[in-house]
Design a protein around this ligand. Structure first.
Ligand code: RBF
Length: 350
């Protein structure tokens, strides 16, 4: 027990030195850190986060530059979630960064205790929610809208005749392959995916499978092939790098993919039937500029959706028109319009 504690303390100290030595202090300017809970590559939410913050810093520096130049560090905490808290603590302990950006629903509870330990440290957390901490601002997305539209698309496709959707079988079965379970997944994303599918046809059933991590593509492929063998013809993968395996299986076996978070039509042309987008890059860009201009409202928690322009459903990609039958497309356009103009209200989590 004691040895474990000692090891942990040693790891924390080592991590502090690691981060401290990484950041060549440039006292004159400000410094921003992006703390990626995972890895950037292959993970749409983190690709959008780091791209948005990077572009905003570049834009700001091009405009202001000189002594006021803002320095940016993107730090990947890796896929071992047990290490995130120690690594985030070490980053905050350096006291180097004016703000730490991060993203995902588990981050607020990792950051909150650090605001009493390091009262000067500010956090901006996207895709997460926490109100009332004066050092933390959060902005999440209306994922009920995002998942409902995805489920509606999957529902329309699984019930379509094969003359319209060539990989659609006679069964009304769809699935979500998730990397792991977490409250937003279990309470919002999966239920809203089912809700949308049942709005298309109440007889549809939806399977839910777990990969166990955000990187194992071969496990993702195995799960997807098993689902296909059970009669599933549309799968929504939300599994980071493991989603690549689901895509590979779709191409190999011949089934459809409903994509989440960014535009996925080019990932498997002819197989991807929808892309419901969280505008995380735009959000990260705007939040960065807002912070640099001193306008961030710390202590607040926002939820933004389709009406606000931070959740979207792609209707104008040529691959959407080519892959998805006209009747299905016009029904999707209608539901999207209904949400946008307030006729269909899908209020979000809380
Ligand atoms: N999404 C990713 O694309 N890659 C990840 O590595 C990743 N890790 C996550 C870890 C935790 C603990 C949680 C709660 C979510 C994670 N997400 C990840 C999911 C992401 O925040 C979001 O819920 C989904 O991308 C659906 O929009």
């Amino acid at each position: 027990m004691k040895t474990n504690k000692l090891l942990l303390t040693a790891a924390a100290i080592a991590a502090v030195f690691f981060f401290a030595s990484c950041s060549k202090a440039e006292k004159a300017g400000r410094k921003i850190a992006v703390f990626v809970p995972g890895v950037v590559s292959g993970n749409p939410v983190y690709e959008m986060l780091s791209a948005g913050v990077t572009e905003a810093v570049d834009f700001y520096n091009a405009k202001h530059g000189g002594a006021g130049e803002v320095k940016l560090s993107v730090i990947e905490a890796g896929t071992n979630q047990a290490e995130w808290s120690t690594k985030l603590t070490a980053l905050a302990a350096t006291g180097e960064y004016d703000v730490i950006f991060s993203s995902n629903p588990s981050l607020p509870e990792l950051a909150a205790p650090l605001t009493s330990k390091f009262p000067k440290q500010k956090f901006i957390i996207l895709d997460g929610y926490l109100a009332g901490n004066k050092n933390i601002a959060t902005v999440r997305y209306n994922q009920r809208e995002q998942a409902y539209l995805t489920g509606y698309a999957a529902g329309l496709v699984t019930t379509a005749p094969s003359s319209v959707m060539k990989y659609a079988n006679a069964q009304k079965k769809i699935a979500l392959v998730a990397a792991q379970e977490y409250p937003v997944m279990n309470k919002i994303i999966f239920p809203s995916f089912v809700e949308g599918a049942k709005a298309a046809d109440s007889e549809i059933t939806a399977e839910f499978r777990i990969v166990g991590n955000w990187y194992d593509a071969s496990k993702g492929a195995d799960i997807a092939k098993g689902l296909y063998a059970e009669g599933v013809d549309v799968i929504l993968p939300i599994a980071g790098g493991a989603s690549q395996g689901v895509i590979a299986a779709a191409k190999e076996s011949g089934f459809y993919i409903a994509w989440f978070d960014n535009n996925g039509f080019s990932k498997a042309p002819g197989h991807v039937i929808s892309s419901s987008v969280m505008e995380q890059k735009k959000n990260a860009y705007e939040q960065t500029l807002k912070f640099l201009e001193g306008k961030t409202e710390f202590g607040t928690a926002q939820t933004l959706g389709i009406k606000d322009g931070y959740v979207d459903f792609i209707l104008d990609d040529p691959a959407f028109t080519e892959t998805v039958g006209e009747d299905i497309r016009s029904r999707l356009e209608q539901v999207y319009a209904d949400i946008k103009n307030g006729k269909l209200v899908l209020s979000s989590q809380d």
